[in-house]
Design a protein around this ligand. Sequence first.
Ligand SMILES: Cc1cc2nc3c(=O)[nH]c(=O)nc-3n(C[C@H](O)[C@H](O)[C@H](O)COP(=O)(O)O)c2cc1C
Length: 368
Amino acid sequence: MSAGNLFSSFTLGALTLPSRIAMAPMTRCRATNPAIAPTPMMVEYYGLRADAGLIISEGVPVSPQARGYAFTPGLYSAEQVAGWQAVTHEVRKQGGRIFAQLWHCGRISHGSLRDDNAPPVGPSAIAANGKSMALDRATGQAALTQCEAPRALSTAEVKGVVGEFVQAAKNAVAAGFDGVEIHGANGYLLDQFRCPYLNDRKDAYGGSLENRCRLHLEIAREVAAAIGKERVGIRLSPHGQANDMKPDPEPMKTYGYLAEELQKLGLVYLHLYDQSTSWIHDPDDALLRLIRGKFTNALMLCGGFTGRKAEAALAAGSGDLVAIGKPFISNPDLVSRLRQGVELSPWDSKTFYLGGHSGYLDYPTFTV
Ligand SMILES: Cc1cc2nc3c(=O)[nH]c(=O)nc-3n(C[C@H](O)[C@H](O)[C@H](O)COP(=O)(O)O)c2cc1C
C-alpha cells in the first residue's frame, strides 16, 4: 500500500474513509442503566466525533461473562442493540462511519458485574495482579477493585466464546455498525490465551504458538464468515504489559505468525497498539516491518500520535491509518482541528471513566 497524506481518502472494504485518522476505541463507562445499554448521552458523544475517518467504539462486551468493568454497554441483548442503533444512526446522519470493538475481558473482571456473581474466566486459573471496575450493588457505584481469581474455561466453553463473538458481530450489523474490531489486545481474553506465561492448557488452545493463537484465528475466521471479511478488523498490542502481562518472549515469531494467518483470512485491517508509544514511531523497527510485510491489507497504528507524527508514519510507509485516542476525548472535532492547525484542548483523566456528563459532553467543538 502506498503512503498517503493524513487528509487523503482511503478505501477500507466497502467504505471510503475521508481521512486516515481513526478514533481509537475508548471505554467511558457511561451506560449507567439496568440494561447496560447505550444512552442518549452516548448518541450525542459519538455523533460529535463523526468527523473521524472511522470511529472505533469503546470496548463492547460480547456476553455477561465477558464483562470486566461496570457500565460498559454490551451487544448481547435487544435493549443494547436498540441503544447502539441510535448511536450508529446519529453517526451516519453526521456523515461518519463506526465499527464496534468486540471485547471479552477474561480474567480482568469481577463477579459483582454479573447477576449470579459468576467469577471471571480465563485460559487458566491464574489470577491477575490488577484491577477492574467492580460494581457495588448496594450503592450502585463502581469502584476500582482487585480482579477476582478466574476459573479455566473448558474446551467446550472456549468454542462457546467463539459463538459469542459471532453473535455479537451479527448484532453489531443489526445495530447499524459498518463493521467490527476484534479486541485481541491489552491483556484481555485473547491476549491471555496468547501469553505462554498465563496459558497452561493441555488442550488444542494451549502449548504451541499455533494452539495459543487458535482462539484469535477461530474468532476471526467465524466472524468474517458471518458478516464478511471486509467488515472485520482486529487489534493487537505487541510487547504490551498492561493488565499484568509480561512481554511475549518471542515477539517476532508470535506476531509474525498472527500477521500472516490474519492476512490469509483477509481481515480488512490489523490495528497495532504500542502501549509504550515508542517502536510504533520508528519506521525501521524490526517487528513493525515484519508485520507490515506479512499483513498486506490495511495496517492501523496507535499509541501517542500527534498530527505531525501521524504524517511522518504515513510518509514512511509504516501504516495506512492512524488511530488517535485521548485527544479525541477533549477535541470532538479533532480531524478538523488538525487540518486547520487549531490548538488542541487538554483532557482530564479524572473523568475518563467517571463523571456522567462532565468530561464527556462538555468539551466544546471548535467553530470557525
Ligand atoms: C479512557 C480510555 C479508555 C480506553 N479504552 C480502550 C478500549 O475499550 N479498548 C481498547 O482497545 N483500548 C482502549 N484504550 C486505549 C486507546 O484505544 C489507545 O490505544 C490509547 O489511548 C493510546 O492512544 P493515544 O496515545 O492516542 O491516547 C483506552 C484508552 C483510554 C485513555
